[in-house]
Design a protein around this ligand. Sequence first.
Ligand SMILES: Cc1cc2nc3c(=O)[nH]c(=O)nc-3n(C[C@H](O)[C@H](O)[C@H](O)COP(=O)(O)OP(=O)(O)OC[C@H]3O[C@@H](n4cnc5c(N)ncnc54)[C@H](O)[C@@H]3O)c2cc1C
Length: 440
Amino acid sequence: MGSGRFWDEPIETGPIPDSETNFDCIVVGGGPGGASAASYLAMDGKKVLLIEKRVWPRDKVCGDAVGGKSLGHVKALGVKATLESTPHFRVTGIVFSSPNGSDVTVPLPEEDVAKMEAGYSLPRQQFDWLLFDKATELVLENGGAVIQGAMVTKVFDDDGKITGVEIGIGGKMGEKRVYTAPWTIGAAGYRCPVARKIVKDLAQEELVDRMHYCDGYREYWSNVKGCEGDAGNIEIHFVDTVVPGYFWLFPIGGGRVNVGIGMVMGLLDKQEKKLKALQADVIANHPSFKDRFADAELIAGTGKGWQLPFGSPRKGEKNQPRRAYAPGALLVGDSASLVDPFSGEGVGNALVSGEMAARHVIQNKGGSEYQDELWAALGPELTNSFKMQKMSRRKWLLNWFVGKASKKPVIQEMMTEMIASKEAQENLHSKWFLVKTLLF
Ligand SMILES: Cc1cc2nc3c(=O)[nH]c(=O)nc-3n(C[C@H](O)[C@H](O)[C@H](O)COP(=O)(O)OP(=O)(O)OC[C@H]3O[C@@H](n4cnc5c(N)ncnc54)[C@H](O)[C@@H]3O)c2cc1C
């Protein structure tokens, strides 16, 4: 690695392997889910092929908040110290505001940061670079290969068992090569070709349910008032014109802010304005924000939209939240539809599922066991977050809750606990706990 902003430099991945090469496992997609799966497999000595469509350095549309859940994996994958030596914004609290303009700050104490419970925000270009660079090092050291700038164009099966992939070098129309493996991990995000193959083509199940998918729009700004420095609050605003979605301001340090908006696609279908226009309206006209943006500047070319496949439970679905396996294949991260349906966080679950999928491949276990373990680990919090998402569609409830929380320290403490501690999240399963804390 050179000095300076090394995450803006290319990553050397070596020669593209010959067509027909066989691997222990093919990993499709080099975001957090794919990088973690490939790294854990390589650490176990497996011969991995990691394929990424884009070429590093690359941006990824995101809110850029890396929550506490990610940090254990960031450490286990050997990138925590490097990450902390690069510029980032340390999150010490979360501001929530309600449609009537009241707000509450939920502090995330320093000890939680130390216990790896609280997180950071930093551009995904930087975060993903660190993970992909480490995955490349581990995969190459263990006899595997890494390809960037080539997309998976076909996923092969033999009577329903996934056997390998075809790539197009430089894109769909580029030179074709074919690779085989007893296992393939789909980690290519919401348009993952492995997910399409096993959910839509083979199982003939629904891939995109618009009530469980979210549209997101992000811009980078500089000089937004109240977002200075390299530590402080991230902000989630349930603005009147944006509910049933939310508007966020996530500082990423150095005076820059990730500003965005998200809404469930099935609910956005009913709105007149699209997300970009909704956001422009909040920034220019909303009484709580227009002054904060008075001297701010949009960083040119950063306005982009992307989708978030939520992990909310689907009615009547046996494989919750959605099928994530076929013989010879497992899905991780967005490809398995694992984004938190309330907060929109998906990086942590991509890392968690990447590790889990790698373990199942190493132990050569059946895919349904992977699905069961995935839902046992993530189902309770995803189900809870779905309940919170549904509640947050009601303006009166948001006004009431934030109004109460702003006056009652015990509710702020509960919210801190909810965000920072696993045990406290379990309390949320108890309706009585919620009623007691909110009403008395
Ligand atoms: C607007 C927005 C805001 C968000 N905010 C947050 C947040 O603040 N915090 C958080 O934790 N999460 C957030 N998320 C969710 C988060 O971005 C995802 O959950 C996370 O990136 C999932 O990681 P992944 O590795 O599964 O997929 P991705 O990060 O999408 O990575 C997939 C990779 O696969 C590659 N690929 C795609 N197709 C192919 C192909 N055919 N062949 C080969 N490679 C391919 C892509 O180039 C990409 O590098 C947000 C998402 C959006 C859209």
